[in-house]
Design a binder for this molecule. Structure first.
Ligand SMILES: *[C@@H]1O[C@H](CO)[C@@H](O)[C@H](O)[C@H]1NC(C)=O
Ligand SMILES: *[C@@H]1O[C@H](CO)[C@@H](O)[C@H](O)[C@H]1NC(C)=O
Ligand SMILES: *[C@@H]1O[C@H](CO)[C@@H](O)[C@H](O)[C@H]1NC(C)=O
Ligand SMILES: *[C@@H]1O[C@H](CO)[C@@H](O)[C@H](O)[C@H]1NC(C)=O
Ligand SMILES: *[C@@H]1O[C@H](CO)[C@@H](O)[C@H](O)[C@H]1NC(C)=O
Length: 472
């Protein structure tokens, strides 16, 4: 009896101490997982572990401006390769973070930059368009059913109705995405007149229209926005609940990044949906803000020739040479007849050039955003993006590696080799996916499922506040 009691006692003691141990283990494990997660998060979002994103251009400028001053640091580069895993090498390579190495240094590695780019034969092309199609499809349906937006109301008699109301004509020009969004939202089922039902609040000012309003102009935009936020936060109770965190605005004009300089809370809190979504822009906050595709409006149907076989030129670019990157591109490739690289406007048809080329280059100019990616996709040309730290539109949803090639500006001399290294199958896969993603890059005044409007709504939905602060 005593013995069995003793056994029971030791057993239960052991159980208790086991339990205690596991109880201790839980917080430790949690703490460990959390710190790992935080580390992972920091390393994937911040620049603590890599040079500051605003700086790589520095090294590029350095190279472009003083090509001879940078010594061929091949040895350093080899050490770099040996000491890094392939993934981190790829990361560095794509992000142009290999410092103090000039282009010869890169080419010297095994004499084959292409191999480096492919990471020892691994294909650089992904086949799947969505990061996770099932989650996207499910979430999209949820969003479509439940997402509600409150648009601050203005009427036709408002002195700034031209800036605040949707335009009563078909949006046109380079910055049409901005007007299209507002007009389409106004026609959609996402609007609610009941602020208590709203997930997000839309600040409907149009930066492009403010710029052309003689009462405001470029110099007056900052004060206008400041006044507008003052009005919204004093005449309505919603702004103060979150300091603007459940508010958003949409702008395609790059002047937008100066527009908010006198309204600090916009930069800190508001969701900015902008075309000039570059990490180099101090106003843009990746993850909080979202990239808006710049799309030349098209009313016509699909272009006639979009197949891949009729494309005779390897790559096409035309545009003004207003950045060191474009200068480098033109210097390197303008005399190569397989590449169609022009400085300035084309004298022949732009559309034909887009339809005759396998790859169409989007190269950062004075600004990161142009309508070129949209143009390329529309004409079935695979975009090649040479614009470091451009936060690509819908990158939360679409896997850009499945329908485009992203090349670091440092790799411009390797451009042809990289493009030629793709097999026919790889090109066919990219091209097929280009045709499939085109629908996500088109605007319609009355929205069509999965078009640019719905994609922007989805990006907003991902960023909606999970915490609703009740009005006291
Ligand atoms: C989204 O909602 C609209 C309006 O209710 C509807 O016409 C459309 O079919 C919905 N889309 C999907 C994929 O359910
Ligand atoms: C915006 O929506 C309102 C209400 O449906 C409508 O009366 C108005 O005509 C729309 N404006 C434009 C420019 O489409
Ligand atoms: C702010 O409100 C005042 C008073 O209603 C109005 O005169 C002014 O135009 C508004 N400013 C902006 C930028 O909306
Ligand atoms: C919002 O906060 C500001 C600054 O504290 C204050 O002046 C303003 O009256 C508040 N707005 C409302 C509607 O209470
Ligand atoms: C391209 O051709 C022009 C004119 O013939 C010449 O001045 C230039 O140096 C050439 N560029 C290259 C990179 O060969």
């Amino acid at each position: 009896m005593a013995r069995s009691f003793f056994i029971l006692y030791t057993l239960s003691r052991r159980r208790v101490s086991d339990q205690l141990r596991s109880l201790f283990f839980i917080p430790t494990a949690l703490a460990l997982t959390t710190s790992l997660f935080i580390l992972f998060y920091i390393s994937s979002t911040s620049n603590l572990f890599s040079p500051h994103p605003n700086r790589p251009s520095h090294s590029l400028h350095h190279i472009l401006q003083y090509p001879d001053a940078v010594s061929s640091n091949v040895d350093n580069f080899h050490t770099l390769i040996e000491s890094q895993t392939k993934e981190s090498l790829e990361f560095d390579f794509l992000n142009n973070n290999i410092n103090n190495n000039n282009l010869e240094g890169v080419e010297d590695v095994g004499g084959d930059g292409e191999m480096l780019w492919r990471l020892n034969g691994k294909t650089a092309v992904d086949e799947i368009i969505f990061h996770d199609q099932d989650i996207f499809k499910q979430d999209y349906l949820k969003m479509n059913k439940s997402f509600k937006i409150f648009m601050y109301p203005h009427n036709k008699n408002d002195p700034f109705a031209n800036v605040l109301l949707p335009v009563d004509f078909e949006p046109e020009g380079n910055y049409a995405s901005e007007s299209f969004f507002k007009k389409t939202l106004n026609n959609s089922h996402f609007l609610t007149n009941d602020p208590s039902k709203a997930d997000l609040f839309y600040l409907p000012f149009s930066i492009a229209r403010l710029r052309h309003d003689p009462r405001v102009g470029i110099d007056g935009i900052q004060d206008f926005i400041k006044d507008y936020i003052y009005n919204v936060s004093h005449f309505y109770p919603y702004w103060n609940r979150t300091g603007g965190a459940d508010h958003f605005y949409v702008s395609c004009h790059s002047i937008g990044r100066f527009a908010i300089n006198k309204a600090e809370e916009i930069k800190l809190n508001v969701i900015q949906v902008v075309c000039s979504s570059s990490y180099f822009q101090s106003a843009y906050v990746p993850h909080k803000d979202a990239s808006l595709p710049q799309i030349w409006p098209r009313v016509d149907d699909d272009p006639p020739r979009i197949t891949s076989t009729q494309r005779k030129k390897l790559a096409f670019f035309a545009g003004s040479i207003n950045s060191p990157v474009r200068q480098k591109l033109v210097e390197t490739w303008q005399n190569d007849t397989s590449m169609s690289v022009h400085s300035g406007h084309l004298h022949t048809s732009y559309e034909e050039a887009l339809q005759d080329s396998k790859f169409c280059l989007h190269v950062k100019g004075f600004e990161v955003n142009t309508a070129r990616i949209g143009d390329a996709l529309f004409h079935g040309c695979v975009p090649v993006i040479i614009a470091n730290y451009y936060d690509l539109p819908f990158a939360d949803i679409l896997n850009w590696k499945s329908f485009s090639i992203v090349i670091a500006t440092l790799d411009i001399p390797l451009l042809q080799r990289i493009l030629r290294s793709l097999s026919d199958e790889e090109y066919a896969s990219l091209h097929k996916n280009v045709l499939e993603v085109r629908k996500h890059f088109r605007w319609h005044v009355t929205p069509v499922d999965y078009d640019a409007f719905y994609m922007v709504m989805y990006e907003l939905w991902l960023r909606r506040s999970a915490i609703r602060v009740p009005l006291s």
